[in-house]
Design a protein around this ligand. Structure first.
Ligand code: 4IA
Length: 403
């Protein structure tokens, strides 16, 4: 007599550890199992819900009223635990507070301000590409993916010349800290004190070169768009979110192209495809793999009820390979496919504010290499770099032949 309930509290569980070495190294089989099991699953190890299908991840990212960020975008619930640093005013905030600072940051990192960087970024990409082609063999991580962003981005922010070696360790710390307190976070914490000190000092007005993004944030405080207490925290967001993400994005793009020689060939024949190659690489191997939200109320997702106050783990990297959204060949890296609409930059009100800078950096690098390099191949075994949030490489040995 009773009809089939449309909504269920019965949630399948998954015992695998998505923050364990095995799945961090190669998450794609886990993603498939997660997507195929159910729209929403429970990870009892961490007491969190998880989603891996594109439509559910996408909808949850859009629904900032129910899937809030103010209780942290990591595993830790700021309503219950002290955050490891003062929360980000952007990432870890909700409207209406978020709206004001997001607007101010969007004025600083805008299509206009980023366009002004283009010529300088291009020259440095071409110089580096000349040098790498001359070398013939190089490591796409240390010699390119880390080198180029660290050449252009700190200057664009206006950071002091000394201490920039702290940027990558700071990113490793911040992105590991979104996950559980495992050995990866411990390793990052071991060297954290001087790194955090340098970052804190570099966010102050007197540390920042006039004309850079950092000084422009302080000018927003002078105008009263934001407060003088908010300014250094917004500079900190640039330093946290602006370095490792692009390093991994460039590394992952080069890995994708080197392990798919036909795709390099396509790019070489038409270097204007560089923009599309980057989006497809972000879809295929998303640098930011996961993020959490917290439910502000009970909510039903694809028929599954999630209680109020739950941490929900959104698998961006899985959504970006969901065959339900991308078709049967979702696992194929194809720079001619339409990768637009992926969630590698997030979606909705928190969608990456630094996106134009990331796009400019990668476009310049990929274009400069595409015109100069006829073929690219792996010259050794790539080594993964494990992080609780980021997926990428510690080393990608490459051999290139000139055009
Ligand atoms: C911040 C999602 C990730 C790229 C990110 C990390 C930190 C911050 C923002 C975004 O500190 O504001």
């Amino acid at each position: 007599m009773t009809s089939q309930p449309a909504v269920t509290d019965a949630v399948p569980t998954f015992d695998d550890d998505p923050f364990g070495r095995e799945i961090l190294t190669d998450p794609y089989e886990f993603h498939r199992a997660l997507r195929d099991l159910a729209p929403v699953v429970l990870l009892p190890r961490y007491g969190v819900y998880a989603m891996g299908r594109f439509d559910d991840v996408h909808a949850s990212l859009q629904n900032w009223q129910t899937f809030v960020s103010g209780r942290g975008a990591g595993l830790s619930d700021f309503a219950k635990e002290e955050p490891w640093r003062p929360p980000s005013l952007l990432l870890e905030a909700d409207p209406p507070d978020h709206t004001v600072v997001r607007k101010a940051m969007g004025d600083v990192v805008s299509p206009r301000t980023v366009r002004a960087l283009r010529a300088g970024f291009q020259i440095r990409a071409e110089r580096l590409a000349d040098q790498l082609v001359e070398q013939g063999t190089f490591d796409a991580v240390s010699d390119l993916a880390e080198k180029y962003p660290l050449e252009v981005f700190p200057d664009a922010v206006g950071l002091p010349p000394t201490g920039r070696e702290n940027l990558l360790p700071y990113g490793a710390l911040a992105f590991n800290a979104f996950g559980p307190h495992n050995d990866l976070l411990d390793a990052a914490l071991a060297e954290a004190a001087p790194v955090q000190e340098w970052v804190l000092a570099s966010c102050q007005r007197d540390a920042l070169t006039p004309g850079g993004f950092g000084a422009q944030i302080w000018e927003a405080a002078d105008r009263g768009d934001i407060t003088k207490e908010q300014a250094p925290l917004l500079v900190r967001s640039l330093l946290t979110a602006g370095v490792d993400t692009t390093v991994y994005g460039i590394g992952n793009s080069m890995y994708a192209l080197a392990s798919n020689p036909d795709q390099w060939d396509t790019l070489h024949r038409d270097p204007e495809l560089a923009k599309f190659a980057f989006d497809e690489a972000l879809r295929w191997e998303s640098p930011v793999q996961t993020f959490f939200r917290t439910t502000s109320r009970e909510v039903t997702v694809s028929g599954t009820r999630i209680p109020e106050g739950s941490k929900v783990l959104l698998f961006l990297g899985s959504a970006n390979r969901d065959p339900r959204r991308w078709g049967a060949d979702a696992d194929r890296f194809d720079i001619r496919r339409s990768a637009a609409g992926h969630v590698a930059f997030g979606m909705g009100i928190h969608q990456c504010v630094g996106q134009p800078v990331a796009r400019l950096e990668t476009e310049m690098v990929l274009k400069a290499l595409a015109v100069r390099v006829r073929t690219v191949e792996l010259a050794g075994e790539p080594k993964a770099r494990l992080n609780n949030t980021l997926k990428g490489w510690a080393s990608i040995p490459l051999r290139v032949t000139p055009a």
